[in-house]
Design a protein around this ligand. Structure first.
Ligand code: FPP
Length: 262
């Protein structure tokens, strides 16, 4: 009787779990994640916000690898936005210590697994020691080609566009030369495909200045799960939802070749 109960519970858990994307289904080439809800996760447990951020880093390597195992080539993680500077000083300082520490902790294993790290955003205004840690991780992994992780750290979408325009002007680009491809080449993400899927955790449904130019045709997926609870089951749910979407890029026919717009 008890055994049956256990069996039924296992069956129910399996039924709840979405089927992993089928081999023929479309897997997004580039997934970008807005990791939200660390603070609420901590608050629910009577912990400090910083404890929530720490919890949000515990599974980070496993999440990266899980996306890679499912065929995702590029994963962008929104770790710190240009707007996050308005948070209390203590929290900003804690994040500035935590992010490079996590990089140092995880980078060797990621390197072994063929992950290349790139950075998007502005490193220059940050503490020099911190910059060095990020640059070392980028340098260590620069020749890897199994998967790319773009760390959005001190990143803002509008800031990126302003920066691109400034550099175009500085380069003396003639107005008639400006087209979408040229603008893309001035973005921090130059050389990377546009995101196919943007995932946001913790139930909010907004872009928050994330990849504004690049997300023009991205599918958006929101989950109520707080970031520290985001796991492989959540990944499969998001990829499964993506595989069921019809992407038409402004046309009327579903575009099977969604990787064309790179
Ligand atoms: C948003 O939650 C989360 C952040 C601003 C920080 C996210 C950063 C990490 C998880 C570290 C990642 C590190 C690497 C190296 C990838 P919130 O504080 O806005 O949560 P709330 O909305 O519930 O308050």
């Amino acid at each position: 009787m008890r055994l049956n109960g256990k069996k039924n519970a296992a069956k129910a858990a399996l039924a709840e779990r979405p089927a992993p994307p089928q081999p023929h289904a479309l897997v997004p080439r580039h997934v970008a994640v807005i990791m939200d809800g660390n603070g609420r996760w901590a608050q629910q447990r009577g912990l400090s916000r910083n404890a929530g951020h720490r919890a949000g880093t515990e599974n980070i390597r496993r999440i990266i690898e899980a996306f890679g195992e499912r065929g995702v080539e590029v994963l962008t993680l929104y770790a710190f936005s240009t707007e996050n500077w308005t948070r209390p000083r203590r929290e900003v300082n804690a994040l500035m210590r935590l992010i490079p520490r996590v990089l140092q902790r995880e980078i060797k294993e990621l390197h072994k697994n063929g992950v290349r790290l790139v950075h998007i955003g502005k490193l220059d205004p940050l503490d020099e020691g911190l910059q060095a840690k990020v640059r070392d991780a980028i340098d260590l992994t620069k020749d890897n080609d199994r998967m790319t992780v773009a760390l959005a750290f001190n990143y803002g979408g509008r800031d990126e566009i302003v920066d691109a325009i400034r550099r175009m002007v500085e380069d003396g680009v003639a107005a008639e030369r400006v087209d979408e491809a040229l603008v893309s080449s001035y973005m921090y993400t130059a050389g990377l495909p546009d995101p196919d899927l943007v995932i946001r955790t913790a139930g909010e449904v907004r872009l928050s200045n994330f990849l504004l130019w690049q997300s023009a045709y991205a599918e958006f997926y929101a989950t109520p799960a707080y970031w520290p609870d985001f796991d492989e089951m959540e990944i499969d749910r998001a990829l499964d939802a993506y595989a069921r979407r019809e992407r038409r890029f402004g046309g009327v026919e579903p575009a099977n070749g969604q990787h064309q717009r790179v």
